[in-house]
Design a protein around this ligand. Sequence first.
Ligand SMILES: Cc1cc2nc3c(=O)[nH]c(=O)nc-3n(C[C@H](O)[C@H](O)[C@H](O)COP(=O)(O)OP(=O)(O)OC[C@H]3O[C@@H](n4cnc5c(N)ncnc54)[C@H](O)[C@@H]3O)c2cc1C
Length: 259
Amino acid sequence: MKDTENLIVGLGIAGLNLCHQLEKAGRSFVVIDNCPSNSASLIAGGVYNPIGLKRKIKSWNIDQLTEVLAPTYREIEELLGIRFLNDDLPILKPISSAQELTEWTSAISEDRIAPYVTELSCEMPNGPFQPNVVGSVIIRHGGFLNMSDAIHSYRQRLMHKGLLWKHSFQHFDLVEDREKVVYNDISADRIIFCDGRYIASNPFFSWIPMKPTKGQMLTVRVTPFLSPERIYNQQFYMFPTSEKDVFRLGATYDWNDLN
Ligand SMILES: Cc1cc2nc3c(=O)[nH]c(=O)nc-3n(C[C@H](O)[C@H](O)[C@H](O)COP(=O)(O)OP(=O)(O)OC[C@H]3O[C@@H](n4cnc5c(N)ncnc54)[C@H](O)[C@@H]3O)c2cc1C
């Protein structure tokens, strides 16, 4: 019987961050994940944007998150010996109407989105933008993570240490008593689910009103007008890859076709 403090189900971005914090705190854990080739974290754009574009407000807790984001992912990079964080990339957001221009102007003049956006331009930005574009803003302190590299590498690390069990967790095989949870030959003080959208079929959390959506991304070759040192957002995000003039574009939101 393997005894541990924490049994974790799921190794996407949530599970990975949890494991890292537990490891730093010197706590023991074992992870169960079915190691799919395709999960939200494996295909996500991984873009983070400090500003909610629709309402032109700061994203939730962004000032505090900005302070820990880069140091945390740099620590994980160091541990894994790979680079996956592309931080501090300006996000160029074209403004497509006079109404939107007014909304950005008020957000800036009322100091609601500083220090991320402090000025706007009323000129067409350089690039193949739609003809209705009347200006743009540059959002600072955004970026993106190549989560697929991070997760594949972290999986290898945990496998090496005997801390990752590639297996489909069966909820009804979990035995709970007052002190411990027991799953096959693992005994733990607690179980923590980092199972992403699968929470919808997790009997312990069936009360959560969860509505999944499907997302897809495209990898596209772009005109040389687009800078590899920028993220673009015009309806979709578009961000550079390591290949010249090749960007990733997305994501779609499909509420009905969940294949
Ligand atoms: C196309 C697309 C693009 C996206 N782009 C962005 C973006 O740019 N920025 C952004 O912030 N977010 C983006 N997202 C959203 C983001 O990907 C998710 O919010 C995030 O990855 C969820 O991470 P997670 O760790 O909670 O879940 P997941 O990544 O789904 O990980 C859960 C893990 O648990 C495992 N698991 C579940 N149940 C079991 C079980 N019973 N037994 C064993 N293993 C199990 C799964 O196989 C999986 O490995 C995007 C999503 C998609 C689909």
